[in-house]
Design a protein around this ligand. Structure first.
Ligand SMILES: Nc1nc2c([nH]c(=O)n2[C@H]2C[C@H](O)[C@@H](COP(=O)(O)OP(=O)(O)OP(=O)(O)O)O2)c(=O)[nH]1
Length: 132
């Protein structure tokens, strides 16, 4: 069995738009759109990991809201990503972005047109089915 990589992503929604982030080319899954977030460290909760990652990536404080019930898993050559998605709000401005080539606030329709990481495709469908 492939090594499991526990990852948490943020569904940050403001004015009916979702914050999508394009992974920098050269990283694993580079060039795909994803949720801001990252790997959950040992002995860390998904919520704590998300708060830490948002601060590291954007220099922004956040409030962590509700988690989606489902875990989205996808096998790659480097391991099996197990993605948890949690709604979150930014409490301060994004002052930097160190891991992404682009950030974009997208409507439901625009979100459907982005080239999401394969792990994220069912997660986006779930968010759209709930509405934002
Ligand atoms: N942050 C994030 N990572 C995701 C998503 N979907 C998905 O498959 N992933 C994958 C990409 C990475 O393999 C892993 C997250 O790791 P990370 O974002 O901490 O990446 P890292 O800096 O450690 O990456 P790297 O060293 O492997 O390039 O999960 C998502 O929506 N957000």
């Amino acid at each position: 069995m492939k090594k499991e990589i526990s990852v948490v992503g943020a569904a940050i929604i403001k004015d009916h738009k979702l914050l999508a982030a394009k992974r920098s080319v050269g990283r694993s899954l580079g060039g795909y759109w994803e949720f801001p977030g990252g790997k959950i460290e040992k002995d860390e909760t998904a919520e704590a990991a998300l708060k830490r990652e948002i601060f590291e990536e954007f220099g922004a404080k956040s409030t962590i809201l509700k988690k989606l019930d489902q875990i989205f898993s996808k096998e790659y050559d480097f391991g099996t990503v197990m993605l948890e998605v949690i709604y979150a709000e930014l409490d301060s401005e994004i002052i930097k972005t160190i891991e992404h080539d682009e950030l974009k606030w997208v409507s439901e329709t625009e979100a459907q047109q982005l080239n999401w990481a394969p792990t994220d495709i069912p997660a986006i469908a779930e968010l759209i089915s709930k509405g934002f």
